[in-house]
Design a protein around this ligand. Structure first.
Ligand code: ASP
Length: 358
């Protein structure tokens, strides 16, 4: 018996000593939403503010990875920075539903274990990404919705706030404007010409109600990260869509659509017109193209975002990262708030289409 346990301990020692170290590959990539984001729609002050928050998210997430923390912790940290900022449509900056509420969705997936957690339509969890993490780690379930999800988060000791915490004047005004114009908006659409589509007489929202020719912005936030243990994690958090009704839920909390991670392929977080991303199972499709066809993370994400989604009329983008620290940030819209930081600390934040990775 003693001999057997000695042999076991010896092999355990060998295995841990020779486990590959990914310290020189640690990488973190974020997005803060895609859409009609052009220089014409932006003021220098606003641009500066967006870049600042994106940089803070990158640096804080990177600090976790650099200190030997997990990709899950890094994703949680970076997303919380963006959730706490009113600039993004997640957490504090979440958009309003038709009833004047803020209902948020979030998801997380661990590429090593393929475990995942998600919440939908929550109204009191200060940082929805933490709610998703609690579902993954503290429950046997994957997706919890509405009051039950809020209650579960409370029972798990997460920070709970009065729904009024999520009130921001800019988002409320966007709701009033959307209602006045009788439309359903995907995030704020200020300063842009829109093609307004009337709701059908039944009041039931059809897909066309969600479509605008100009002024679209999808302010979801997301993060993918690779830690020194070689583990990938993907996370996404969103307020969904201004003036949404009937408990509408987007792609962000749907595993395989807006969020997916698998150590043998990649980690993906998406932003865009959720209905298209759900039907195209975007995040899983990118992973599957890598797994079944051997495509690189860049080719797989381009194939899905720049070809398949474009052909189907789905606007938006993704961030995708593989186990070697290779990543892609394709989007088929005018712009996407995005940024990355690599093992050596080199980082970049980009907003517009004409900004290319150095
Ligand atoms: N994908 C999100 C949704 O459809 C919207 C966004 O990306 O901002 O709910």
């Amino acid at each position: 018996m003693k001999l057997i346990s000695s042999i076991f301990i010896f092999f355990l020692f060998i295995q841990t000593s020779f486990a590959q170290d990914y310290s020189d590959k640690i990488t973190l990539v974020i997005h803060g939403g895609a859409g009609t984001i052009t220089r014409a729609n932006m003021t220098p002050e606003k641009e500066k503010a967006y870049r600042e928050v994106l940089n803070i998210a990158l640096q804080k997430g990177y600090a976790v990875l650099k200190q030997g923390g997990t990709s899950e912790k890094a994703v949680e940290t970076a997303i919380m920075v963006m959730e706490d900022s009113p600039l993004f449509n997640a957490g504090k900056g979440a958009v309003f539903t038709n009833e004047g509420k803020n209902e948020m969705d979030a998801a997380i997936m661990d590429g090593k274990t393929l475990k995942a957690g998600a919440i939908a339509g929550v109204t009191t969890i200060k940082n929805p990404i933490r709610g998703a993490i609690a579902v993954m780690e503290k429950s046997p379930h994957v997706l919890m919705a509405g009051k039950g999800a809020d209650l579960f988060a409370k029972e798990q000791g997460l920070e709970i706030v009065d729904p009024s915490y999520f009130y921001t004047e800019a988002r409320y005004k966007a709701l009033l404007k959307a209602k006045e114009e009788e439309k359903i908006e995907l995030d704020h659409t200020e300063n842009t010409k829109k093609e307004i589509q009337k709701k059908p007489k039944t009041g039931f929202a059809k897909e066309e109600d969600l479509i605008f020719t100009e002024g679209k912005k999808y302010g979801t936030v997301g993060c993918v990260a690779l830690d020194k243990f070689g583990n990938l994690t993907a996370g996404t958090s969103t307020g969904g869509m201004t003036n949404k009704r009937y408990g509408r839920i987007g792609d962000a909390p749907i595993i395989g659509a807006g969020t997916y991670a698998n150590n043998s392929t990649c980690a993906v977080s998406a932003t865009g017109h959720g209905e298209f991303f759900i039907r195209s199972v975007v995040a899983f499709d990118i992973s599957a193209l890598m797994e079944y066809k051997g495509l690189s993370v860049k080719d797989a994400s381009d194939e899905v975002v720049m070809k398949k989604l474009v052909e189907r009329g789905g606007e938006g983008g993704v961030i995708a990262l593989d186990r070697n620290g290779n990543f892609a940030m394709p989007f088929n819209s005018e712009g996407m708030y995005r940024g990355y930081i690599k093992a050596d600390g080199k980082s970049e934040v980009m907003i517009y289409k004409d900004e290319v990775k150095k």
